[in-house]
Write a protein that binds this ligand. Structure first.
Ligand SMILES: Cc1cc2nc3c(=O)[nH]c(=O)nc-3n(C[C@H](O)[C@H](O)[C@H](O)COP(=O)(O)OP(=O)(O)OC[C@H]3O[C@@H](n4cnc5c(N)ncnc54)[C@H](O)[C@@H]3O)c2cc1C
Length: 268
């Protein structure tokens, strides 16, 4: 009788190599990993990320928005550093050449598929809730579907406006969507805890009408023209979602596309 060797269980993760790391501040950094050939995702989706463990211990995994568009060769992520965070206390120390674990099933609602047709797309995020906009705003489909794309990024301090140069300059040189971005994309940063030309929470600037006045638009959102994606702190998502409802916008999902979609990027 021959005995059969036990079947090796397929790993639930891709093991990818870190390509680069960029530290923005003491609490924010970005990194990129290699993209597995068979890994497909829609711009705006998130995936589970972790680090290899010793001796078969279960890895700590956390959800991360993919900051790259779906056509990219590498996968970029934009991360917080939580000093005693189970994952990011270690993840913040990765270097080029290290291994990162990535789940095999990207998912999420911050995708064009979950929105019905419209003319103007608002991408409203706080903190690392900017990450999905780096993906959606580099996807050519976004500019095909929407005549205008407005990225609103709210942070506490000016130094937390990571990717500011990217939004104001570098994206215009993107070989695929640079021309569209020049014509159709507006970047609107706001800062809550320091003097800034557009100060305060985005929700306050919506309520006061300052956001629309700054952009030369008629005040308010309209279900006929405006589509919105929200990502970031619970407080912002809740308040902005309630505000959008007062303008008559309805929340959408992959199963039932609507006027706006949201993702709670973290609790707190
Ligand atoms: C769908 C989804 C997408 C996400 N995408 C991203 C992303 O692209 N980038 C990212 O950095 N995080 C993202 N997160 C949060 C991420 O999953 C982890 O919470 C984060 O990496 C910290 O992990 P940790 O184990 O170190 O600490 P955790 O134990 O997970 O968090 C500790 C505390 O830190 C705070 N915190 C956690 N994440 C953040 C954050 N991003 N910004 C501010 N405060 C935070 C919270 O108050 C939390 O209670 C996402 C979460 C979800 C649910």
């Amino acid at each position: 009788m021959t005995s059969l060797a036990p079947l090796a269980r397929p790993s639930p993760f891709h093991e990818e190599r870190v390509l680069w790391v960029r530290h923005w501040t003491d609490s924010l950094f970005s990194f990129a990993i290699t993209r597995p050939e068979d890994f497909r995702f829609r711009s705006g989706e998130f995936v589970m990320i972790g680090l290899p463990t010793e001796g078969g211990a279960k890895p700590v995994l956390r959800a991360y928005s993919i900051a790259s568009p779906n056509w990219a060769e590498e996968l970029e992520f934009y991360s917080i550093k939580v000093p005693d965070g189970p994952l990011t206390s270690r993840l913040q120390k990765i270097q080029a050449g290290d291994t990162v674990l990535m789940g095999k099933k990207p998912t999420g609602t911050l995708v064009l598929d979950a929105l019905t047709g419209g003319e103007r797309l608002w991408l409203i995020g706080t903190g690392t809730g900017l990450a999905p906009w780096l993906s959606v705003a580099r996807d050519p489909d976004t500019y095909q579907r929407f005549g205008q794309v407005i990225v609103c990024h709210t942070v506490r301090n000016v130094e937390d406006l990571a990717y500011r140069d990217f939004w104001t300059r570098e994206i215009h040189d993107d070989p695929l969507i640079g021309d569209e971005a020049k014509r159709q994309l507006i970047y609107y940063p706001t800062v809550t805890r320091e003097p800034f030309e557009t100060p305060g929470r985005i929700t306050d600037r919506i309520k006061s009408g300052a956001l629309f006045a700054d952009l030369g638009l008629e005040a308010g959102f309209s279900p006929a023209t405006d589509r919105v994606m929200l990502c970031g702190s619970m407080a912002m998502i809740k308040e902005a979602g309630d505000l959008l409802e007062t303008y008559g916008l309805k929340e959408g999902s992959n199963a039932e596309p609507g006027d706006y979609v949201l993702e709670r990027a973290f609790v707190g």
